[in-house]
Structures are given as structure tokens and as C-alpha cells.
Design a protein around this ligand. Structure first.
Ligand code: FEO
Length: 167
């Protein structure tokens, strides 16, 4: 594997790990603030990001590359509101998509069609995750500052997220 691709894949391992820990901090914040539906949603998102990370680790090893298990930055653990929480969620997913696009670009540049093919799974996954984040943020923007709206959002979030995945 070309070293530039190996480096980008190792960066991606870090971004997925960082997202997993960030979503764990978000889940914990939601739990502590009485939003149990939102907490479950982020506990699940955290698990998903960990799986994304492990899939990359196994792939780099299979290809004979060297995996570097990264140290991570402290995740953000306090949020002004549910709206703030979901804005940061969308921001994080957009960032990850941009990084995946960089890997795709490098694969084409270096003509590594094997890694390019492997990364298509991440491209599809990012489309779904960004769409889910945008849908949930749209709902929160409609709810605005309405406390009873927050209650219903928290109760229904898992249904919203499941609907988005099945589209
Ligand atoms: Fe695996 Fe949502 O980035």
C-alpha cells in the first residue's frame, strides 16, 4: 500500500475513534439531562463509530500495512441545548465525510482500486449518517425552544432514526 494512503487510513482510524468517544460524551450528557431517547441514540452511534474504526484496522492489517492505534483528544462534554448537540453531531459527520473524500481522491491519484473499492462502504455510510443528522436537526429547528416539543423529540428519536435508515 502506498504510504500516503496508509497514513490517511491511519488518520481515519483516529477520526472514527474520536467520533466514537465524542458520541459517548454526547450520550452521557443526554442521559444526565433526562433525555433518555437521545442518550440511547448516541450510545448506538458511538458503537457504530467504533465498528467503523475496527473495520479500518482489520483492513489495513489485511493489506500488510501498519496500524497506529491513536491517542485521542478529550471530547467535548457539555452542550448548551439539544440543538447545540445535534449541530455538533452534523458538524462531526460532515468532517468525517470530507476526510473520506480525501482518501478516495488519493486512491484515484495512486491508482489503488482495492482501497478505493473498500472505501465505498464508508461513502454510503456517510450519506446515511449525514441525512439522519440533517433530519433530526431540521426537527429540532422546527421545535425551537418548546419544552414539550423536546419531550416528544426525545420519545420519538429512535423512530425518526430508523425511518431515515430505511429510506
Ligand atoms: Fe464513521 Fe459517522 O463516521
Amino acid at each position: 500500500m502506498h504510504s500516503s494512503i496508509e497514513n490517511l487510513l491511519n488518520d481515519q482510524i483516529k477520526y472514527e475513534a474520536q467520533a466514537s468517544m465524542q458520541y459517548l460524551a454526547m450520550a452521557s450528557w443526554a442521559d444526565a439531562n433526562g433525555f433518555s431517547g437521545v442518550a440511547n441514540f448516541f450510545y448506538d452511534q458511538s458503537d457504530e463509530e467504533r465498528l467503523h474504526m475496527i473495520k479500518l484496522i482489520k483492513f489495513v492489517n489485511e493489506r500488510g500495512g501498519t496500524v497506529i492505534i491513536p491517542s485521542l483528544e478529550q471530547p467535548k462534554d457539555s452542550f448548551a441545548s439539544l440543538l447545540d448537540l445535534f449541530e455538533k453531531f452534523l458538524g462531526s459527520e460532515i468532517f468525517v465525510t470530507e476526510q473520506i473524500n480525501k482518501i478516495i481522491f488519493e486512491c484515484l491519484d495512486k491508482k489503488d482500486y482495492n482501497v478505493h473499492n473498500f472505501m465505498q462502504w464508508y461513502v454510503t455510510e456517510q450519506l446515511e449518517e449525514e441525512a439522519t443528522a440533517r433530519t433530526l436537526l431540521d426537527k429540532l429547528n422546527i421545535i425551537g425552544d418548546d419544552k414539550s416539543g423536546y419531550y416528544l423529540f426525545d420519545r420519538d428519536i429512535e423512530t425518526f432514526a430508523a425511518e431515515e435508515e430505511n429510506k
